[in-house]
Structure formats: structure tokens, C-alpha cells
Design a protein around this ligand. Structure first.
Ligand code: DQA
Length: 145
């Protein structure tokens, strides 16, 4: 069975409590449960990981390389906009990477308009709340076929 790793970055453990206007009210655990249910439907194995520590995120991406995961979905939170370290770690992977955001980053502050991951990901989905993740999983599953 294909393995898809979902990576959640800094502050995303606070979904459900954090700025509901931008991010809705679903908790990260509820998002992960929806991803896992959709994964079953699509016939793929979904693993989810969250950290607030940049180096840990890089190490988890290195592990994904060693584990030969088939695709990665990443919402890196604010790291999206400036972390060259995470971008370089993602660039090591040779599998499809889907970048997702709950909010429409392009309709927000200018510093959110740029993603340093844009050149190393297959595509980006933003603005659909939890559906950004679910669409991201569908995109990742179809990209590995
Ligand atoms: C986010 C958007 C980022 O700009 C922000 O820093 C986040 C969440 C989103 O899911 O909409 O933490 O990635």
C-alpha cells in the first residue's frame, strides 16, 4: 500500500483554538482523523506528524526519504514563508510533494504571499480550510499513480 506522510509545522497544533476566522474550529486531531478516513477510501496509508521545532521537521523529512514514502503533504505554517532549511530538506525528496494551507494566504498579509517551497513542490492548495488537506491527499494519491 502506498504511504503518504502529512507534515504539520509550527503552531498548527493550535488549530481549533487559534484564529477561527482564518482556520475554522477543527482540531489537528480531527483533521488527522479525516485524512486517515479518506486514506482508507483511497487505499493509501496516511501518517501524520506535527512539530514546532524546525530541526525536527527537517529530521522527519530525512526519515521520509529513508522510509521511501510515496508522497508528502506539507502545511509548514509560518515556516512556509522563510525556512530555507525545510525547503532544502524537501528538495532531497524525489516523490510528489503537495503544499497545503487552510487559509487563502494570497488574500492575507503580503509576507504570506510567498512560499519558499514553491519551486520544490508539485503544487499548492490553499483557502479551503480542512478541505485543503483532503484535496491535497487526493492530489498526492493521484500523483503517485
Ligand atoms: C497557514 C498559513 C500561514 O501563513 C500561517 O503562518 C499558518 C497557517 C495556513 O494553514 O493557512 O500558520 O499555513
Amino acid at each position: 500500500m502506498a504511504k503518504i506522510l502529512t507534515l504539520h509545522g509550527v503552531n498548527l497544533n493550535m488549530f481549533g483554538k487559534r484564529d477561527p476566522k482564518q482556520y475554522g474550529t477543527a482540531t489537528l486531531a480531527q483533521i488527522d482523523a479525516q485524512l486517515s478516513a479518506l486514506g482508507k477510501e483511497l487505499g493509501v496509508e496516511v501518517e501524520c506528524y506535527q512539530t514546532n521545532i524546525e530541526g525536527e521537521m527537517c529530521a522527519r523529512i530525512h526519515q521520509a526519504f529513508a522510509d521511501k514514502v510515496d508522497a508528502v503533504i506539507i502545511n509548514a505554517g509560518a515556516w512556509t514563508h522563510y525556512s530555507i532549511a525545510i525547503r532544502d530538506a524537501l528538495a532531497i525528496l524525489t516523490v510528489p510533494i503537495v503544499e497545503v494551507h487552510m487559509s487563502n494566504v494570497h488574500a492575507r498579509e503580503p509576507f504570506r504571499h510567498h512560499s519558499v517551497f514553491a519551486e520544490v513542490v508539485k503544487g499548492q492548495i490553499c483557502g479551503f480550510g480542512v478541505d485543503s488537506y483532503l484535496l491535497g491527499l487526493r492530489a498526492a494519491a493521484s500523483a503517485i499513480q
